[in-house]
Design a binder for this molecule. Structure first.
Ligand code: TMP
Length: 234
């Protein structure tokens, strides 16, 4: 497979066309942004860690019945994936209070939620990725109710699988963000699963091992990504 023209460059990834129809290459960058692009920086070898972590987690999900875009890891930073028709929603699942849920509810960070909370955000930089309800999503034509129902079921199943996987490695999956797309009309998990898109805490110390270290200038950012990589691969 040969990499061809650059189709898209995002904040953390580049997507290239290939000579294989329906297959694209995702390249993970070290660039990091937060606060809707207001904060910018680089996290050394983040792209390598995120590519490796995603390459472990997508097949894990696939093996448990979740269709994903993942095909193979090509090298340290590049994955071959299926081209999806992306649904412009950020699907957030939360097991504990953190981040914007802390701000929205006033609940203390770390509070365990009685049931997992699912939120849907409009992936739209100009609007600042606002929270949407199901009616908003339907009138915007982003997904119909059957698709939304399926999306919720898949996201909750992914939460169960990933929570157990991280727990086996003494890690708490606090929350995470997913993006889905369509492949031949079927709902498929796309994007990445990494410390950029998940909040992951050490089970014993509750130390943050994710992008919050960058967002909040906590230091030890590279070390945290490396720690998650080591445990995920263990
Ligand atoms: P939040 O608490 O800021 O809403 O974030 C919830 C989860 O979603 C957290 O694990 C980080 C992830 N996330 C992204 O991956 N991309 C984003 O643009 C945002 C806002 C959150």
């Amino acid at each position: 497979m040969t990499s061809q023209e650059l189709l898209y460059e995002g904040k953390a990834k580049k997507v290239f066309d290939t000579d294989v129809p329906g297959t694209v290459i995702v390249e993970f960058k070290d660039d990091a942004t937060a606060l809707n692009g207001e904060k910018r920086g680089r996290i050394a070898e983040k792209g390598i860690a995120n590519a490796a972590i995603s390459s472990k987690l997508f097949p894990l999900l696939e093996a448990q019945g979740i269709p994903t875009h993942f095909r193979e890891q090509l090298d340290a930073r590049r994955l071959a994936v299926d081209l999806l028709q992306m649904i412009p929603l950020e699907v957030v699942v939360r097991n504990r209070v953190a981040g914007s849920l802390e701000k929205r509810t006033g609940l203390q960070e770390g509070t365990v939620l009685d049931k997992a909370v699912l939120e849907l955000y409009f992936k739209n930089d100009q609007l600042g990725d606002p929270l949407l309800n199901d009616d908003h999503i339907e009138v915007l034509g982003l997904a119909n109710s059957a698709m939304l129902q399926q999306l919720r079921i898949q996201a909750m199943k992914i939460n169960t699988i990933l929570t157990a996987f991280f727990a086996q490695r003494q890690l708490i999956l606090v929350d995470f963000k997913l993006e889905f797309g369509l492949r031949d009309g079927q709902l498929v998990l796309g994007d990445e699963i990494s410390p950029d898109t998940c909040r992951i805490w050490d089970e014993n110390t509750l130390k943050k091992l994710d992008k919050d270290r960058f967002r909040r200038d906590l230091g030890g950012v590279e070390e945290a990504y490396h720690e998650v990589l080591t445990r995920v691969l263990s």
